[in-house]
Design a protein around this ligand. Structure first.
Ligand code: NAD
Length: 478
């Protein structure tokens, strides 16, 4: 028997589950299929983000930050602590509980919004049909007017350093260590490499990050990236740029890694090796190509500006279509698609996307860096302000970091905001809101900020663009 839906979404991560919920809110009869199984064989919605990425990594980042701060910051506050012990099993159990409470929440949201959540594999059959194979039980055929591919992405598995789930692990495996490795190698100084490197280095692992590119965080404004590199190095992360890994061999007890710097071959042995060299789209077994869906040369599903594939009635959103592999970008695409299918004109503004690296201090940015703005031909004016002059940051004993504003000298419009500092993951929301409204430096300057607050540094950076910061030394550069 065929079950009839208006919309079937294949994939229940940050792209798929919001698509399904928003579609159901708009009156569509909607099903969402997800095949995810956790390592204990429990199925879950939420995809990589909630089960094996954003959320569990943030749980461990929080725990390891607390561990670090108890060791290094309590004395400055006049608090003496005794013998501090690490219970990694408990830390890991908390991480899992945080994830599970959120993935369970999606089921509740599905029920509340009348989305049919289906746990198992979805395969496109063409002609508006999807085959659903549940984890347990018989196959079913679903038919739908609209089918959405929201199957996400998986870590790239390098031939020279294949995952073995033991000593050479991907980002999921790196969240599940049962002991703190004495020595840890990481291939790739991207967002994952730096975040997971921070977790295990804070907990005591001697951590080396090998990055093939000569530049650290090339997507971040060069001045902010330089400060980040200096700060993370001071914290103990050994970040080696221009170091291209050629091979990695699990010897049973450890991993021998061979890499090349400036044409010179070097070797190093680590207890564990994390490979964090990017992610690739998940389309294996989906049958999309076979029924005529077009892919680009990198394996991403090709879509137009309204997320339509070349096959009528089939759409795609999230990591599987490429672009920034960020959960919030996927959520916005899913919501926009559901609303478009309802006849609305919702669009995603790709010029106002926040990015965050959850280190300590955090790195966050939106819009163009100074280098990108200049390359696009803008005549730029910039402003910066340090957290060192911020009362709240001083009181928190976290006064490291800088906020940088990049603006168009001709129109005064803000083009980008890049920052490193305490809780800049929260401050970036204000930055994005301004970009969304096409704010000028003057618009932000006229906006009052609470005192004392971290956001005052944002305001000071804005003021410094035109040399009128009160608490920071103005370095006007036009
Ligand atoms: P990435 O693309 O950000 O970084 C991978 C790095 O590996 C690159 O800098 C690359 O030059 C390097 N590399 C590749 N091959 C190498 C080799 N042989 N030797 C040395 N270096 C090599 O990928 P990622 O860090 O794996 O993250 C994957 C995706 O997940 C990204 O799109 C990221 O934005 C997203 N993500 C986001 C967050 C967040 O928003 N906080 C957190 C985690 C992941």
């Amino acid at each position: 028997m065929t079950d009839q839906y208006d919309i079937v979404v294949v994939g229940g991560g940050p792209a798929g589950y919001p698509t399904a919920i928003r579609a159901a809110q708009l009156g569509f009869k909607t099903a969402c299929i997800d095949v995810w199984l956790n390592k204990d064989n429990t199925p879950a919605f939420g995809g990589t983000c909630l089960n094996a990425g954003c959320i569990p990594s943030k749980a461990l980042l929080e725990s390891s930050e607390l561990w670090h701060r108890v060791h290094h910051e309590t004395a400055a506050h006049g608090i003496g602590v005794g013998d501090i012990k690490l219970d990694l099993a408990k830390m890991q159990a908390r991480k899992t509980a945080v994830s599970r409470s959120l993935t369970g929440g999606i089921k509740t949201l599905f029920q509340a919004n009348k989305v049919t959540g289906l746990e198992g594999f979805g395969k496109l059959l063409g002609n508006g049909q999807v085959e659903f194979t549940p984890h347990k039980g018989d196959k079913q055929i679903l038919s739908a007017k609209h089918i959405v591919i929201a199957t996400g992405s998986s870590p790239v598995n390098l031939k020279i350093a294949p995952f073995d789930d033991q000593n050479i692990v991907d980002s999921w495996g790196a969240l599940d260590f049962t002991e703190v490795p004495k020595t840890l190698g990481i291939i790739g100084a991207g967002v994952i490499g730096v975040e997971l490197g921070s977790v295990w280095s804070r907990l005591g692992a001697k951590t080396v990050i090998l990055e093939a590119l000569p530049t650290f965080l090339p997507m971040v404004d060069a001045a902010i990236a330089k400060e980040a590199l200096r700060t993370f190095t001071k914290q103990g992360l050994d970040i080696r740029l221009g170091a291209k890994v050629i091979s990695a061999k699990n010897t049973g007890k450890a991993v021998d890694v061979e890499y090349e710097v400036n044409g010179e071959k070097k070797t190093e042995t680590f207890d564990k090796l994390i490979v964090a060299v990017g992610r690739r789209p998940n389309t294996d077994g989906l049958n999309a190509r076979e029924i005529g869906v077009a892919f680009d040369e990198r394996g991403f599903v090709k879509v137009d500006a309204n997320y339509k594939t070349n096959v009528p009635g089939i759409y795609a959103v999230g990591d599987v279509i490429g672009g920034a592999m960020l959960a919030h970008k996927a959520i916005e695409e899913g919501v926009a698609l559901a609303e478009q299918l309802h006849g609305e004109h919702t669009q995603v503004n790709y010029n106002a996307v926040p990015s965050v690296i959850y280190t300590m201090p955090e790195v966050a940015w939106t819009g163009l860096s100074e280098e990108q703005a200049k390359a696009k031909g803008y005549e730029v004016k910039v402003g910066t302000a340090p957290f060192a002059a911020n009362g709240r940051a001083k009181a928190m004993e976290q006064a490291g970091g800088t906020i940088k504003i990049i603006a168009d000298a001709k129109t005064d419009r803000v083009l980008g905001i890049h920052m490193i500092g305490p809780y800049v993951s929260e401050l970036v929301a204000e930055a994005v809101l301004g970009l969304e409204f096409a704010a000028t430096v003057e618009d932000y300057a006229l906006t009052m900020h609470g005192h004392p607050s971290l956001a005052e540094t944002f305001h000071e950076a804005i003021l410094s663009v035109d040399g009128r910061a009160i608490h920071a030394v103005n370095k006007v550069r036009k």
